[in-house]
Design a protein around this ligand. Structure first.
Ligand code: SF4
Length: 392
């Protein structure tokens, strides 16, 4: 797609098209009329109008089963083995991080204790926990255990319906870490290949092979994980449609419960943005073919789309979509994408969002982005969380 051709989403610029579809469906509009509304009011392609409506329909029963007092907890671990070409997060390489991972976890434990007191004072129940980053499994097994045991001692997790840890990079996973997660009640993990093409993995800065991704996946299965998400990216530099198909087919041979298809987005603070002219980007039309293939292929594998979002500067002006086997929808991802539950974010870069569902009001509390600042300014981060009292 060139700059001048029409966006598949028409004039819709928001990042959450399915949120609009949900409102229409909840207001009593039929699915067919919702599709027509998207096409008429926004000029969206029929395919995209259907996608937004389908996602909204998948989310409705989950929305209904939410508890009024429920909140979710997000914990950020800002360390990764290397920095991916397209990454815009504040993450710190493992070597550099080794100097202060202990201090970071100690600071996090203080924030966990502080926030757990507020959650219990407010009479909230923790419905989901999500530990992301970065790559949380860059922490050593004893450090992960230390953090997770403190988390379990601090929060009442008896009503927790889902506990996810991102184990994104296969080179950070081993049996000891996976068993630690399992022992501490983690029931969902994410192992993210992005591509199963070795050259692409090297190009984007990954120091592992496709075979190591498969080994990590089967190791996780062997450790008892029966709910695994895998992320892939459509439109990685140098990839064509056949390479993307190869990735998706090889991923699906493993049969993960969730497959999330991201579309390459050129983020301002990424290395890719800085050295853009050195890379061969996939054109928008090809990326559109990739996402269409993903939809048909994953549908054919019995998965359905259940959450989605758009980002700035995505190739082809497309969208990220998660597909799941029935019954494995990630609650946390729906809550955050649809903004229907308060998510309390701990750790550096955390953005807490309090959601008042009675009037659709959302307020935000920010933690600082850099790990070093987070450790040094922890008291300030804790006092910012006081805004949650009687609010979450
Ligand atoms: S694994 Fe994720 S957070 Fe880590 S460098 Fe890559 S894109 Fe960034």
């Amino acid at each position: 797609m060139t700059e001048n051709t029409k966006s598949p989403w028409g004039v819709l610029t928001g990042i959450r098209p399915s949120k609009i579809a949900t409102k229409l469906l909840l207001g009593g509009m039929s699915a067919d009329d919702t599709i027509r509304y998207f096409m008429r009011e926004y000029g969206a392609d029929e395919k995209k109008a259907r996608l937004a409506t389908e996602v909204a329909q998948a989310e409705l029963p989950i929305r209904k089963s939410m508890s009024d007092s429920g909140v979710s907890i997000y914990i950020g671990i800002p360390f990764c083995p290397t920095r991916c070409l397209y990454c815009s997060f504040v993450t710190c390489g493992t070597k550099q991080a080794a100097r202060f991972t202990d201090k970071y976890v100690e600071a996090l434990k203080r924030e966990i204790s502080y926030v757990s007191d507020i959650v219990s004072e407010n009479g909230n129940t923790v419905e989901t926990v999500y530990i992301g980053g970065g790559t949380p499994t860059t922490l050593s097994a004893p450090l992960l255990d230390n953090m997770l045991s403190h988390l379990r001692d601090s929060f009442d997790l008896s009503c927790c319906k889902e506990f996810t840890v991102e184990a994104g990079r296969p080179d950070t996973i081993d049996r000891e870490k996976l068993m630690t997660l399992k022992r501490r009640g983690v029931d969902r993990i994410s192992i993210n290949p992005q591509s199963m093409n070795l050259d692409t993995l090297h190009l984007i800065g990954r120091a592992h092979t496709p075979e190591e991704i498969e080994q990590a996946f089967y190791l996780a299965r062997d450790c008892g994980f029966d709910n695994i998400n895998m992320d892939v990216i459509a439109g990685l530099p140098g990839e064509d449609l056949d390479m993307f198909k190869y990735t998706l087919e090889r991923v699906e041979k493993m049969s993960p419960e969730d497959t999330t298809v991201h579309v390459m987005s050129i983020k301002r603070s990424s290395r890719l943005h800085e050295y853009l002219k050195d890379y061969q980007l996939t054109d928008g039309d090809t990326v559109a073919e990739m996402v269409d293939f993903a939809y048909d292929f994953l549908r054919g594998r019995g998965k359905h789309p259940y959450y989605m979002y758009r980002q700035k500067n995505q190739l082809g002006n497309l969208e990220n979509v998660a597909y799941t086997k029935p019954g494995f929808e990630s609650l946390y991802n729906i809550y955050i994408m649809e903004e229907i539950q308060t998510i309390i974010s701990l750790g550096c870069g955390g953005v807490t969002k309090t959601v008042d569902r009675t009037c659709d009001r959302i307020e935000r509390i920010f933690n600082v982005k850099e790990p070093k600042d987070y450790i040094e300014r922890l008291d300030e981060m804790l006092s910012r969380k006081d805004a949650l009292r009687n609010n979450a």
